[in-house]
Design a protein around this ligand. Structure first.
Ligand SMILES: CC(C)(COP(=O)(O)OP(=O)(O)OC[C@H]1O[C@@H](n2cnc3c(N)ncnc32)[C@H](O)[C@@H]1OP(=O)(O)O)[C@@H](O)C(=O)NCCC(=O)NCCS
Length: 203
């Protein structure tokens, strides 16, 4: 469903569509390997330009990413949950994935590994729809708290703040020789993320 809002201009009013694209969210399957790998690489290149060295971004391999996502999606009993956002032409324009928190050294039961949209699809509520769908699935599996790591220099950290994430950890990291800071946002009760995302009736 498209979300629109009425904007008043004096005696005139127009309905402004906030979503340019009609996008469906669904669980990923094996036929999504190439689409997910493509979004993963293209969104990395636009998101981390100026943060991560250019040569590293240029060297990202579609073949390797396809193999990575094939290994994840081929296992029907995988612990990782993956959802995709698909446009009207059934092209993957975004995805998200999460599973049990990897280190076991935090109080959080699940960890969000990735949430990426192609640049033209950002800022249209698709990210929050992906996040809510994913979190609902994790809760069904008994994983009721959530942790996500994000580069401190990535403006997308505001997305997690907007969804009620608390800044809980900070650590130095290195990507392709660049010294960076990673921060983590946590939700001890993942239902807060769902509440903060707002009513689904307008999506
Ligand atoms: C992060 C991302 C998934 C968010 O999805 P989205 O569809 O763009 O976000 P939404 O439209 O659902 O926005 C939800 C809220 O978060 C805020 N937000 C989202 N991205 C933001 C950003 N980069 N900077 C500031 N605020 C942001 C929005 O303003 C919105 O708040 P509002 O309801 O008060 O307007 C998407 O922007 C993206 O793919 N970014 C590039 C990849 C990336 O950085 N991924 C995270 C890696 S850790």
């Amino acid at each position: 469903m498209r979300h629109s809002r009425k904007i008043e201009y004096g005696t005139f009013a127009v309905w402004q569509c906030e979503q340019k694209y009609s996008v469906t969210i669904r669980a990923a399957n094996l036929s999504d390997v190439a689409g997910v790998a493509k979004v993963h690489i293209e969104s990395w290149r636009t998101t981390y330009k100026g943060i991560v060295p250019n040569e590293f971004l240029a060297s990202l391999s579609y073949k390797q990413h396809e193999e990575l996502w094939f290994q994840v999606l081929k296992n029907p009993r995988r612990a990782k949950f993956v959802f995709v956002a698909e446009d009207e032409r059934e092209r993957i324009v975004g995805f998200t994935s999460a599973g049990p928190e990897r280190t076991g050294e935090t109080p959080y039961t699940s960890g969000l590994d990735a949430i990426y949209l192609l640049a033209p699809y950002q800022g249209q509520r698709i990210g929050r729809r992906l996040a809510v769908t994913l979190v609902n699935r994790l809760i069904q599996e008994g994983m009721t708290s959530l942790l996500v790591w994000v580069l401190a220099a990535n403006p997308a950290r505001k997305f997690y703040e907007r969804l009620g994430g608390q800044l809980v950890y900070e650590t130095p990291t290195t990507i392709a020789g660049a010294s960076l800071i990673e921060v983590a946002y946590g939700w001890m009760d993942s239902r807060i993320l769902i509440e903060q995302a707002g009513s689904t009736s307008t999506w």
